[in-house]
Design a protein around this ligand. Structure first.
Ligand code: DGY
Length: 309
């Protein structure tokens, strides 16, 4: 946890930090939440009914993330426990990383780096690591929220046409990005680069599967900085192997931290260990926000970034 967040909490609370550099087991989590007033949890901590029942006295689970699919919010609400998140502060950092993946895949940056390190660079050559242009292409954004909007805004700098899809139209999104609302099928068929920015919900699980991949162009690039289960990884591996699409950039995985073995064998995919919000500045802001949520509840106030009650 970035020090400023710990300092803020420590000024008025007794703080115990999990020093293990790994995800706690369910049993450990249950024993750790007992007797606490508040828990600052990570997206790797599954806060289900069993953990909530053990959390006698806990008034808030302050998630250190904008996504909170790791918490059973309904069960927390039933038990009158606050759940909070860290919206807004990681929007630009996440959008930047989505763009890093776009360029890494389109211009084969990682493959070319490996090639150079392996001493294989023998001189400039007309056909060496030919990738795809990004400028002037069509970007398809699935998920018209804050992060999707930040990704769309950046596309203007690359003279791109932007399409987007969500369950409803978002006029503010359109104003900010110049994007056109289309149905999902049109987006999948027309976009050169498809970037996912939806939360993980029952309705968004496997939003991209074999059928959706079959609609994409053979030159299409798929980017996922949202949540792993939004993409059916078995189907993606098949599509990438068969060169049904050009490539993919993934910051998240279906069964994190496990990575589908099929993905590890492929050159046309760039794999990152869920680092979209990982800048010093952003992780510090996220920590401060989580701390503010906790401190508000400790004072009997409503946490500023609550997602329930
Ligand atoms: C989030 O906040 O939900 C990201 O996945 C991690 O920062």
């Amino acid at each position: 946890m970035p020090q400023p967040a710990l300092d803020l909490l420590s000024a008025s609370c007794e703080v115990e930090v999990n020093e293990e550099d790994r995800v706690l087991t369910k049993a450990e989590l249950i024993s750790k939440v007992k007797g606490r007033d508040a828990v600052l949890c990570l997206l790797t901590d599954t806060i289900d009914a069993e953990v909530l029942d053990a959390a006698q006295g806990v008034k808030i689970f302050a998630n250190y993330a904008v996504g909170y699919n790791n918490i059973d919010v309904e069960a927390a609400t039933k038990r009158k426990i606050w759940v909070s998140n860290t919206p807004g502060v990681l929007t630009d950092t996440t959008a930047d990383l989505a763009w890093a993946l776009i360029f890494a895949v389109a211009r084969r940056v990682v493959e070319a780096d490996r090639f150079t390190r392996e001493g294989k660079f023998k001189g400039w050559a007309p056909m060496l690591f030919l990738g795809q242009d990004v400028t002037g292409k069509t970007l398809g954004i699935i998920g018209g929220g804050r992060i999707g909007e930040a990704v769309g805004k950046r596309a203007q700098g690359f003279a791109m046409k932007v399409l987007y899809n969500d369950i409803v139209r978002n006029v503010e999104f359109e104003k900010a990005t110049g994007a056109t609302y289309v149905d999902k099928e049109t987006l999948l068929k027309e976009a050169d680069i498809i970037s996912l920015h939806v939360p993980l919900l029952p309705e968004t699980r496997h939003l991209i599967g074999a059928h959706e991949l079959s609609l994409m162009k053979p030159t299409a690039i798929l980017i996922n900085t949202a949540r792993g289960p939004v993409v059916d990884e078995d189907a993606l591996v098949k599509a990438l192997k068969a060169k049904q699409i050009y490539g993919a950039g993934l910051d998240v995985f279906e069964e994190e931290p496990k990575v589908h073995p099929g993905l590890l064998e492929l050159d046309n995919v760039v794999l990152l260990p869920h680092i979209a919000s990982a800048s010093m500045e952003t992780r510090t802001k996220m920590g401060l926000m989580a701390a503010e949520n906790i401190l508000a509840v400790m004072k009997g106030q409503v946490p500023p970034y609550h997602v329930n009650m």
